[in-house]
Every structure is written in structure tokens, then in C-alpha cells.
Design a protein. Structure first.
Length: 334
């Protein structure tokens, strides 16, 4: 029972007459105060506290849920793209590609999502799939960086004529980076367009002298010249100078010492005293993990009678084969 009613009843039943209501009017007034609407609400609330708490919680939850649904959200393709980018930045390429695929299925005109698909396939070493995605991105929104990546993928798949055309398109679009010039020079070298290749590789060095790849490519260009020109000594000197630059820039990979030995072998066809330097650098290459089975016996004919060479060519394979020095470079930096 309400405490106020209890107190009023106690007063009515008080032993002392002076504590009781002194008149009927005072009794009616006291009862009316106890039974007024505010008092009845207070009594109801007190008796139904749990119900009130539950109702309040449900009301707040409903209001919060309604607010959530009313707040505008990013479109589905954008959410999938953003999640894919987060995974890509965490090097989780297999997971990232699933989100990018959903993004382009939902929005086939999304050039940025197609570009991201290409970059992800590229990181996974799937250059045919990367090329397809980059081509779609380029058709939706032609950009120099996408043309450069198309050239890079073509070069990685030994398709050098389209690679040259795509690298040229990138340069014409204003995407003139050292990497693009290096990559075009590499493809020109592969097709033995030596003069144009040399120009591109030297331009790459002018743009970024810290790159190792154009120095290695120039050294190999000079190596090709030793088979095409009677000026073997000059070509070997220039090639060795480029190899030394590549070694100075680093890393000092095994194949750089192999190519250095190769250049000395070519020079040794005219100067037999250069056989020993050739053997020295070949030993360095093998010691750093260059596999003896990859030594070109035909090209090293000049050393065939050397005991050191026979031992090297017949030595055991390395426990860990050294990775080759990169000659093609990713033209886009994330």
C-alpha cells in the first residue's frame, strides 16, 4: 500500500483525539490528496518498476535501431572496394581479390576497382589476369599509369612489341618515370634495337640514378654488342663499368658477378690475361648461390680448358638458389 495512505489511516486511528482529523472536511481533503492523479501514477510506477525499466530499454533500443537505418550508408560496391583495399594494404591479396571482384560485379563501370584488381593479380604473379583487369580499367578511363602497367605485364610475359607500344603510350600521356623508360629499354634490348634501348636506359638513369636495373640492362646491352661488333674490348669496358655501378647500388646479387665474368670471358677472346678475372668473378657468383647448371658452357668456351672452370661447372648446386636481379620494374609505387 502507498506510504502516504498508510500514514493518513494511522492518523485517523490515532489513540490521541487531537492527532485525528478534526472535521469531515479535513478527512475528505486528506483522502482526495492521497487519491489524486499524480499520487495514483506514483503508486502505479512504484508497483511496476520492472515493467517501466524494460519498456524504457526497449524504447531506447528501438530508437537507436531506427536512427541506424536512417543514417545513409556507402553503396555496396564502395564498401566492397574499401574492404578490398584494406586487405590489399595488409598483403592479403587472395582475400582482397574476392572483394574487388564483388565490387566490379556490382558496378562494372568502376575503373578504380578494376585497377585495384589488376594490382592485386600483379602482386600474386598472375600477369595475364592483371593485364585483363588493367585493359578494362584503361578502356573505362585511359591513364598513363595504367598504360605503363600494361607495358610491365606484357614485358613480364615476354611480349615485347606490345610492351613497347604500351610504355610509349604511358610516356605520351605524361607518365614519364625512370621505371617506364627502363622497361621500354629492356623490351627494345630484347628485340635487339640497341640504339633506342641505350637511349631509354640512359634516360632512366638521368631520372633516377638510384635504380639498379637500368645499369644491369646497359651492361647486358654491351654484352650483346660484343657479338655484333669487332670492338669487343670497348663494349666490354663499358659493360663492366655498368656492372660496377649496379654492384655499388646493390644488392650484390650472384647474377651480377656472373654477368661480370661473362664480360671478362668476351674480352678474353682478344686478351688471354683476362681469363683469371673471369674465373674469379664466376667463383664469386657460384659462392653467392648462382647454380652451376646455369653456366652457359658455349659462351664460356674460352675457359673450358681451365681446371678451375671445370670444377665450378661440376660443383654441387647451392642449398638456396640466389634470386635474379630485377631487370623490369613496377612502374607504379603504391
Amino acid at each position: 500500500m502507498d506510504k502516504r495512505i498508510c500514514r493518513f489511516l494511522d492518523r485517523c486511528l490515532s489513540f490521541r483525539p487531537e492527532d485525528r482529523p478534526q472535521s469531515a472536511a479535513e478527512l475528505v481533503s486528506g483522502l482526495r490528496k492521497c487519491l489524486s492523479r499524480p499520487q495514483r501514477l506514483r503508486r502505479w510506477a512504484y508497483l511496476h518498476t520492472r515493467l517501466l525499466v524494460a519498456t524504457t530499454v526497449i524504447s531506447i533500443g528501438a530508437a537507436s535501431l531506427g536512427t541506424y537505418w536512417l543514417i545513409p550508408k556507402e553503396p555496396y560496391p564502395v564498401r566492397q572496394f574499401n574492404q578490398g583495399m584494406e586487405l590489399y594494404r595488409g598483403d592479403r591479396f587472395g582475400d582482397a581479390i574476392d572483394y574487388f571482384n564483388r565490387a566490379v560485379r556490382a558496378d562494372p563501370q568502376n575503373a578504380e576497382a578494376q585497377f585495384a584488381r589488376g594490382r592485386t593479380f600483379q602482386q600474386m604473379g598472375q600477369f595475364d589476369a592483371a593485364e585483363s583487369a588493367f585493359l578494362t580499367a584503361y578502356n573505362l578511363r585511359p591513364e598513363g599509369r595504367v598504360a605503363a602497367l600494361l607495358g610491365y605485364c606484357s614485358g613480364r610475359m615476354d611480349r615485347h612489341e606490345p610492351a613497347i607500344a604500351q610504355d610509349s603510350a604511358a610516356i605520351e600521356a605524361g607518365f614519364e618515370t625512370a621505371e617506364v623508360y627502363n622497361n621500354r629499354g629492356y623490351s627494345l634490348l630484347k628485340l635487339e634495337h640497341l640504339e633506342n634501348a641505350e637511349k631509354d636506359l640512359k634516360r632512366a638513369i638521368q631520372l633516377d640514378e638510384t635504380l639498379q636495373a637500368p645499369h644491369l640492362n646497359l651492361a647486358l646491352l654491351q654484352l650483346v654488342r660484343t657479338f655484333k661488333s669487332p670492338e669487343i674490348a670497348i663494349a666490354c669496358q663499358q659493360g663492366l663499368a655498368e656492372i660496377h655501378e649496379a654492384l655499388n647500388i646493390g644488392p650484390k646479387n650472384a647474377d651480377l658477378y656472373y654477368f661480370e665474368a661473362f664480360l671478362y670471358v668476351r674480352a678474353a677472346t682478344q686478351d688471354k690475361t683476362l681469363r683469371n678475372p673471369a674465373l674469379d668473378y664466376l667463383e664469386k657468383a657460384v659462392a653467392k648461390g648462382f647454380p652451376p647448371r646455369k653456366i652457359d658452357l658455349v659462351s664460356f668456351t674460352e675457359l673450358m680448358q681451365e681446371v678451375r672452370f671445370r670444377k665450378l661447372s661440376q660443383s654441387a648446386p647451392p642449398q638456396v638458389e640466389a634470386a635474379p636481379t630485377r631487370r623490369l620494374l613496377d612502374p607504379v609505387r603504391d
